[in-house]
Design a protein around this ligand. Structure first.
Ligand SMILES: *Cc1c(COP(=O)(O)O)cnc(C)c1O
Length: 418
């Protein structure tokens, strides 16, 4: 079969071409205009991927055909004709011993199977050149020529790209076109705040961490603050935390009118040291100044010795609030941080320097339904839609009845939202 010199344009070119916010937008449009004259191909799954992204198709209830997707993109980018190549199916690969062996040899894993299908489709249609923003993943196919049109001019004067670095860079978020599409679909929806995405996200985090309840808030700092309030921290109480952390782990006590003190770290782990904690507790017991809440911080995602801290909590009667702002995805004793097996509440931050980001955001997880309910009410000014919880709070009742040193949380008036 004679090889064609027309290239295949990968999905990312199509996606950038319609996304005005992409730094590659202009370049992608230029490419489309250029190749519309000389001719190009796309694989059917490129179209489906493109269609999914622009329509936020993960939520599309009906499956759509390549023809529909092709028609859609043709109108969108005003290309007179789209040459669509049919890919083989997963089923074909599983049936074909040679293809199956090749997939194994190239060590192709889940998501890269799309790349394989595109490469295989190009080979069968004798298309040799692919133009893609995802060059690295296609270079493994020796029968392809791969061009990344975005690496040369556009990024040369910028900081080195994350993928060029040998280490994980700090404060360099990676936002995919799908992320952009998801945000756009929220912007086009009826709710910009407190909409259905909030419980969806809460449930996803609770399930991921294997925690009973999750309460989303606008920052990790807010999560710490509400967690302290829910635990009944107030005037005259003391919170202990690690001296090596972000200031919010300590400031949350001050927001509640409580005092802060610090327990030194273990220099090997950078985490609050259980032995130092024990000595400090023994001393505090003598003077009657035991902490009400201890906040271990899983520094840079490395979990603290929670079992030891939990055991001390049982002996000395303090509550435990895990500051897991850095630690979404970390595991302790082979279970997810956030399952609250050794604590009352765990908080996460979604600031862009953390594991995942919502721009700004935070989450408190707990297995205690009462704590979850208190934090849910606190984040919404005590307003609830639940008639059962509605109560007319008398003057005597409504004041903060918590005495210093008692564990009863302050009384929280609730209001009915009509
Ligand atoms: C980032 C961080 C916080 C605060 O999170 P924000 O979402 O920025 O408010 C709290 N504690 C630690 C240890 C952090 O690193």
């Amino acid at each position: 079969m004679k090889t064609t010199d027309k290239p295949l344009l990968d999905s990312n070119i199509l996606i950038y071409s319609i996304n005005g916010d992409s730094p590659f937008h202009e370049k992608a449009l230029d490419l489309l205009v250029q190749y519309t004259h000389s001719g190009f191909y796309v694989a059917d799954i490129n179209l489906i991927e493109f269609f999914q992204v622009v329509t936020d198709g993960r939520k599309t209830p009906h499956p759509f055909s390549t023809e529909q997707a092709s028609e859609y993109i043709r109108r969108l980018v005003r290309i007179p004709q789209v040459n669509v190549l049919k890919t083989g199916s997963f089923h074909d690969i599983l049936q074909d011993d040679d293809a199956h062996a090749e997939v194994r040899r190239l060590q192709i894993k889940r998501f890269a199977i799309y790349d394989y299908l595109i490469a295989d489709c190009m080979r069968r249609h004798a298309v040799k050149l692919i133009i893609t923003g995802n060059a690295r993943d296609f270079r493994k196919f020796s029968f392809l020529d791969v061009i990344n049109p975005f690496t040369t001019s556009l990024t040369s004067d910028l900081r080195p790209r994350t993928s060029d670095l040998k280490y994980i860079s700090y404060a360099r978020q990676s936002i995919s076109e799908q992320d952009v599409a998801s945000v756009c679909s929220v912007l086009r929806s009826d709710f910009l705040t407190q909409g259905p995405k909030v419980p969806e996200f809460e449930q996803a985090i609770a399930e991921y961490c294997n925690a009973g309840h999750a309460v989303a808030v606008n920052s990790g700092t807010s999560a710490l603050h509400l967690a302290c309030l829910a635990l009944g921290l107030g005037i005259g109480d003391t919170l202990w935390t690690s001296p090596i952390t972000f200031v919010a782990s300590a400031n949350c006590a001050l927001y509640c009118g409580a005092n802060v003190d610090f327990v030194d770290i273990d220099p090997r782990t950078y985490n609050l040291c259980p032995q130092t904690l024990e000595k400090k507790l023994q001393a505090a017991q003598q003077t009657g100044k035991l902490p009400k809440v201890v906040v271990p911080v899983h520094f840079s995602g490395q979990p603290c010795n929670m079992e030891a801290i939990h055991e001390l909590g049982r002996q000395y009667g303090f509550r435990i609030l895990e500051d897991a702002s850095h630690a979404l995805g970390a595991r302790y004793k082979n279970e997810p941080v956030g399952n609250c097996r050794y604590s009352d509440i765990t908080v996460f931050s979604f600031h862009p320097v953390k594991s995942i980001t919502t721009g700004g955001g935070g989450m408190a997880v707990t297995n205690d339904p009462d704590l979850a309910q208190r934090m849910t009410l606190l984040r919404s000014h005590g307003i609830t839609r639940d008639h059962e919880k509605f109560q007319i709070v008398g003057v005597k009742d409504s004041v903060n009845e918590t005495e210093p040193g008692t564990s009863k949380p302050p009384h929280l008036p609730t209001f009915l939202l009509l």
